[in-house]
Design a protein around this ligand. Structure first.
Ligand code: NAD
Ligand code: GLY
Length: 372
C-alpha cells in the first residue's frame, strides 16, 4: 500500500494506492462515509454504465455489512456525459438524496465520471465533498488528482469548470485488468509525460519497464502509478491554480495534441492520451529544431512512445491537413493569451520541460508541414 499526500493549505488529502482496495472499501473509505446512526445509510455513487456493471456489486458487497446502501447515478460511457444536461440531472439527483455540504459523493470511473462528479460537487450547495475512485490509468495518474473539474460545451472541451479538490483519491490498480489495452496505452502516455517533463531517472526506468507496466505486472504498475502521483502531487502543491507556470508543465504535449484531437473531431480516431503521446514527440522534435534538445534525446522520446504502441509519427495518421490548419486549432486553445502568444511546453533535455513564450505560430505551421 502507498499513501501520497497532496499538501494544500487547509485542503490536504491522501491518495491511497492498494491492490484489492475496492473489496475493502468499508475500511479504506470509512472516514468518508456518512456517519448518521439511524436507518440505512445511503452512499451516492456516480459511474458510467461500464464501471457500474463491472464494479458496483463489489462496492455494494463491501459496504453492506456496515449498514450502507449504495445509490447509483449512471451515465453513458464517453465524453457526452460531460454536458450541461447530464450535470443538471446529476445535481437534481444529489439534491433529491438530500446531500449536505459535509457529505461525500463517490466518483467511480475514468476521467469523464471524475470531472463531471467533481464539477457537480463544486457547485452543489456551494460545494460538497467527493471521493475519487479512478478506474482508468489516465484517471489514476492524472485526472483524479489535483482538483481540476469540468464539463464540455459547444465551444470546446473543459471550458466550464472549477478547481475543487477531492476529500480523497482511492486507487485500486487491479481494476485496470478489465481496461481495454488501447485505453491502457492512452493512460500510459500521461505516465511517460511525468518522466519526460521532470524526472530523467523515471523516464529511463520506463524505457526498461514500460512493457511490464502495460502488461499490468503489479509491482511495475504500482511503481509507475505512485511515481506519477508523487510528481503530480508536488506540482499541484506548488501551483494549485496553474498561475506560476509550474502546473502548466503538465500540459507537455497537450498543445500539439489538442490540435490533433480537434482536427480528428475529438473522436475515437485519436484518444486524448494518443494525441498527447504524439504531441510529446512533436514538442521534442520542435525543441530539437530550435536547437534546445539534442536530436538523440528527441529520438529517445519518439522511441519510447513507439515501443509502447502509441502513435509517434504524425505522417502515419494520413491526415488530410496542413500546418496552418493545425495551428489554427491552437489559436482557439484556452491557454492562448490576450497578447496573441501561446505558451508552449518544450524540452531542454529528457526530464527538463520548460515553458517557451517566444514561439511564433507561423514557425510551428512550417515545422508541422515538414512533419506531415
Ligand atoms: P473515460 O472516463 O471516458 O474512460 C475511458 C473508457 O474506459 C470508457 O469507455 C469507460 O467506460 C471505460 N472504463 C473505465 N474504467 C474501466 C475499467 N476499469 N475497465 C473497463 N473499462 C473501463 O476516459 P479517461 O481517459 O479516463 O478520461 C478522459 C477524460 O478525462 C476527458 O474528459 C479529459 O478531459 C479528462 N481529463 C481530466 C483531467 C483533469 O485534470 N481533471 C486530466 C486529464 C484528462
Ligand atoms: N492534467 C493537467 C492538470 O491537472 O493540470
Amino acid at each position: 500500500m502507498a499513501v501520497i499526500e497532496v499538501a494544500l493549505d487547509g485542503r490536504s488529502y491522501d491518495v491511497t494506492i492498494e491492490s484489492g482496495l475496492m473489496e475493502r472499501l468499508d475500511t479504506v473509505a470509512a472516514k468518508y462515509l456518512p456517519r448518521k446512526i439511524e436507518g440505512p445509510r445511503k452512499v451516492p455513487f456516480v459511474a458510467d454504465a461500464t464501471t457500474q456493471k463491472l464494479y458496483s456489486s463489489a462496492v455494494a458487497d463491501a459496504l453492506r455489512p456496515g449498514g450502507y446502501e449504495t445509490e447509483w447515478f449512471v451515465v453513458e460511457p464517453g465524453e457526452g456525459a460531460k454536458s450541461w444536461a447530464v450535470l443538471e440531472r446529476l445535481c437534481d439527483w444529489l439534491l433529491g438524496l438530500g446531500i449536505t455540504r459535509t457529505d461525500n459523493v463517490f466518483a467511480l470511473g475514468g476521467g469523464v465520471v471524475g470531472d463531471l462528479t467533481g464539477f457537480a460537487c463544486s457547485i452543489l450547495k456551494r460545494g460538497c465533498g467527493f471521493v475519487q475512485i479512478p478506474t482508468t490509468l489516465l484517471a489514476q495518474v492524472d485526472s483524479s488528482v489535483g482538483g481540476k473539474t469540468a464539463i464540455n460545451t459547444a465551444a470546446g472541451k473543459n471550458l466550464i469548470g472549477a478547481f475543487h479538490q477531492p476529500a480523497a483519491v482511492l486507487i485500486d490498480p487491479m481494476v485496470l485488468d478489465t481496461l481495454p489495452d488501447r485505453e491502457m496505452r492512452a493512460g500510459y502516455a500521461e505516465v511517460l509525460k511525468y518522466g519526460l517533463l521532470g524526472d530523467a531517472a523515471f523516464f529511463k526506468w520506463l524505457e526498461a519497464n514500460g512493457n511490464a507496466v502495460l502488461r499490468r505486472e503489479p509491482s511495475a504498475l504500482i511503481h509507475a502509478i505512485a511515481t506519477s502521483i508523487e510528481a503530480k502531487a508536488r506540482i499541484v502543491a506548488e501551483d494549485e491554480r496553474e498561475t506560476s507556470g509550474v502546473r502548466a508543465l503538465l500540459n507537455l504535449g497537450h498543445t500539439f495534441g489538442h490540435a490533433l484531437e480537434a482536427e480528428t473531431g475529438f473522436s475515437d480516431r485519436l484518444l486524448h492520451g494518443e494525441a498527447v503521446a504524439l504531441g510529446m514527440v512533436l514538442a521534442a522534435r520542435y525543441s530539437a529544431r530550435r536547437g534546445e534538445l539534442s536530436i538523440e534525446d528527441a529520438a529517445r522520446a519518439a522511441e519510447v512512445i513507439a515501443a509502447s504502441g502509441l502513435p509517434s509519427d504524425i505522417a502515419a495518421l494520413n491526415m488530410d491537413t496542413n500546418g496552418e490548419r493545425l495551428v489554427d486549432h491552437m489559436r482557439h486553445d484556452k491557454k492562448m493569451e490576450s497578447a496573441g502568444t501561446l505558451p508552449f511546453l518544450l524540452l531542454r533535455g529528457i526530464g527538463e520541460a520548460y515553458m517557451a513564450r517566444d514561439v511564433a505560430l507561423d514557425d510551428v505551421a512550417q515545422f508541422l508541414d515538414g512533419e506531415l
